[in-house]
Design a protein around this ligand. Structure first.
Ligand SMILES: *Cc1c(COP(=O)(O)O)cnc(C)c1O
Length: 240
């Protein structure tokens, strides 16, 4: 999924196109994992990477993940070698021998405190039906599109449900200020240059009422012009 527009890619078709031209396909799943079902084996993906702190709810600093198709395991080399990826870590050999299989992608000692947060999240995911998750995600984002349509902001996200992930990006020429005004009201989305208000819908814990309240807050911020307050114009971070 494109992190700016929220447009969903046809993973099987794009992977097939890459293969036809002799390339390998590496998917970045940061905005897909935990937002919708992803079937890497079915679409013949070669590799994939992703983070676990977004839709998976692993918390700040939770570890990244990596996928490698079984057919690549033997030939694939891990450039960030560490003792956890060694074939015999306690042999303390002078050279490096990668472990068999996916284990060769491990690096050094894992950050266990970060894993503990992720483990708690994954315990919950164990019981989640991903098709039901996708249905709720689309129900939430469709509701948000409907409620905000009268505001007249263009959607950078495709309105067709099959073409979007679990976010809605709306355009406003002063998107930074508008988002700051929303955050001050407790509706936390983000801004992406040059004019995108980005709203993520986390189906596991966001309710339809939350979406209703967020749309209402956006309407009030725009109708009242409260976003024009100079305190919302100060660019605080590095986000662009
Ligand atoms: C969040 C995100 C990442 C992850 O970056 P980290 O360095 O793991 O925080 C990668 N790609 C995209 C498109 C993202 O949105």
């Amino acid at each position: 999924m494109d992190y700016r527009t929220g447009r969903l890619q046809d993973m099987a078709a794009v992977t097939e196109l890459a293969h036809r031209h002799g390339a390998l396909m590496v998917w970045d799943l940061c905005h897909s994992v935990g937002a919708l079902p992803v079937r890497l084996d079915d679409c013949q993906a070669d590799f994939a990477v992703g983070c676990t702190y977004k839709y998976l709810n692993g918390g700040p600093g939770s570890p990244a993940f990596l996928y490698a198709a079984t057919r690549h395991l033997e030939a694939a080399r891990q450039p960030l070698t560490g003792w956890f990826g060694h074939a015999d870590p306690f042999a303390f050999e002078p050279g490096y021998r990668p472990a068999e299989g996916i284990g060769r992608f491990l690096t050094g000692t894992p950050p266990l405190l970060a894993f503990a947060g992720l483990q708690a999240a994954l315990d919950i995911w164990q019981d989640v039906d991903l098709d039901a998750l996708r249905a709720k995600s689309l129900a939430l984002s469709t509701l948000f599109l409907e409620l905000t349509a009268p505001l007249g902001l263009a959607s950078a996200t495709p309105v067709e449900p099959d073409l979007r992930g679990s976010q809605i990006s709306l355009r406003h020429p002063q998107a930074y200020q508008v988002m700051q005004a929303l955050i001050a009201r407790g509706v936390i989305g983000d801004y992406r240059a040059p004019d995108v208000l980005r709203f993520g819908f986390t189906p596991l814990y966001l309710s339809h009422t939350d979406v209703w309240d967020a749309a209402e807050a956006l309407r009030e911020v725009l109708d009242s012009g409260s976003w024009r307050d100079p305190r919302f114009a100060a660019q605080a971070g590095a986000v662009t």
